[in-house]
Write a protein that binds this ligand. Structure first.
Ligand SMILES: *Cc1c(COP(=O)(O)O)cnc(C)c1O
Length: 401
């Protein structure tokens, strides 16, 4: 008879197989057992035919990866602890000293900061290109350019680039392109089929996604994904991911798996409310400009129409306004403080509406010609009733005078 404590640790019971329920089970592990030494020597994690170590995959992470491939139209997926980690994994896996990476001038800020920090220190140079001028991208692709980042729409100023042409330019130059697809979320357009019906498909090489935003949907999870369609490219990313020791927690994977069934419905709800509030904002005398890709006057509107109307016509849950220059930064800050339902905070995709003033002059060395002068405020629209959000904006605007 083994000791009581040993018996509890090595308890022989295992529940019957065949348990079926709406959500997949949650498997947690660092250690994974092998049935024998021969199996330990043979088991392969790289092609997901077996399990070897928690960091290399569990039933929970494999399931989430497969669903994210289905969402974005890819064939392989890696999970990482944040959207920014997805960006960093791609840049670290695909670039080496002497290479150059091109980043859109309106890109998610931390992507630029990574290039200016670690990438620069490691001898990888970068240049920013005008996201709205394909000719500028063409001109900046040089001998050492190995990777081009793409983003649609730009995350603060919401210009919608000619993504189809940008990808075509990268393909023609033989340079890899990686899309930050957080805004599109796999719903607004298909990053691996930008020209439906084209053969071969016009695809980005890599699509990264901050699952933190719409897939999680709760404002309570940080996670990112790196999706590809090319097996060799995936393996290059996967080996770097493995060497860096990146992985995600099972409970977080579970939270994202729970969010996925309602993703399209939530995205549509965010989208509908956002469009209504952006339209209403056009009527307000306080704003010099309203930025939202579905508004005819917004930069790149026709590119958005062309790409996104191949699918649902989705436009996510973000819009920005530029206050007329007669309103000081202090007044705009007071407007943000006066909002009650809108909370002041970063990120988006959760149930609660958010507001954030941005100092565009510090983000863009030259003021973009399509933007009017003034202080920019970005709204991330949650799942509240549109009438309540509109009332909240109106009451906060009233305090400006
Ligand atoms: C939020 C965001 C990221 C980073 O996601 P985190 O999980 O917060 O690191 C990357 N790209 C875009 C466009 C984002 O909005």
């Amino acid at each position: 008879m083994t000791d009581h404590s040993t018996f509890l640790i090595h308890h022989p019971y295992s529940p019957p197989a065949g348990f079926a329920a709406p959500q997949p089970g949650v498997f947690k592990a660092s250690t994974v057992f092998f049935p024998n030494v021969a199996a330990m020597r043979q088991f392969e994690w790289k092609d997901k035919t077996a399990y070897t170590y928690g960091l290399h995959g569990t039933p929970t992470t494999y399931t989430l990866e497969e669903r994210l491939c289905a969402l974005e139209g890819g064939a392989q997926c890696l999970l990482v602890p944040s959207g920014l980690a997805a960006i960093a994994t791609v840049s670290l896996a695909l670039l080496k000293a002497g290479d150059e990476v091109l980043i859109p001038d309106n890109a998610y800020g931390p992507n630029k900061v990574l290039a200016e920090g670690e990438l620069a220190r490691w001898g990888i140079s970068h240049r920013f290109y005008d996201a709205m001028q394909p000719a500028d991208l063409t001109a900046k692709i040089g001998q050492n350019t190995r990777l081009v980042w793409l983003e649609a729409a730009g995350s603060v100023t919401l210009e919608f680039p000619d993504l189809v042409q940008q990808v075509a330019i990268c393909k023609a130059a033989g340079v890899l392109c990686a899309l930050d697809n957080t805004w599109g979320a796999g719903l607004a357009f298909a990053p691996f089929d930008l020209h439906p019906g084209a053969s071969p498909a016009l695809s980005v090489d890599v699509s990264i996604h901050a699952l933190t935003k719409y897939p999680s949907g709760g404002g309570d999870v940080l996670m990112g994904s790196v999706v590809t369609r090319d097996a060799a490219l995936h393996m290059q990313l996967k080996l770097c991911h493995m060497r860096l020791g990146l992985g995600v927690a099972a409970n977080d994977a579970e939270a994202v798996l729970r969010g996925l069934p309602s993703l399209a419905l939530r995205y549509k709800a965010h989208d509908d409310t956002t469009r209504a509030l952006a339209q209403w904002s056009l009527t307000r005398p306080e704003f010099a400009q309203v930025l939202h890709p579905a508004l005819p006057g917004s930069a790149g509107h026709r590119h958005w129409q062309h790409l996104c109307h191949q699918g649902s016509g989705g436009a996510a849950g973000l819009f920005s306004v530029i206050f007329k220059p007669c309103y000081s930064q202090l007044q705009v800050d007071q407007f943000c403080d006066a909002l009650e339902l809108f909370k002041i905070g970063y990120s988006w995709g959760g149930p609660i509406s958010l507001v954030m003033p941005y100092e565009l002059a510090r983000m863009r060395p030259t003021w973009p010609s399509h933007l009017k002068a003034g202080t920019l405020v970005r709204f991330s629209i949650g799942l509240e009733a549109v009438t309540d959000l509109q009332k909240d904006l109106a009451q906060a605007l009233k305090q400006l005078v």
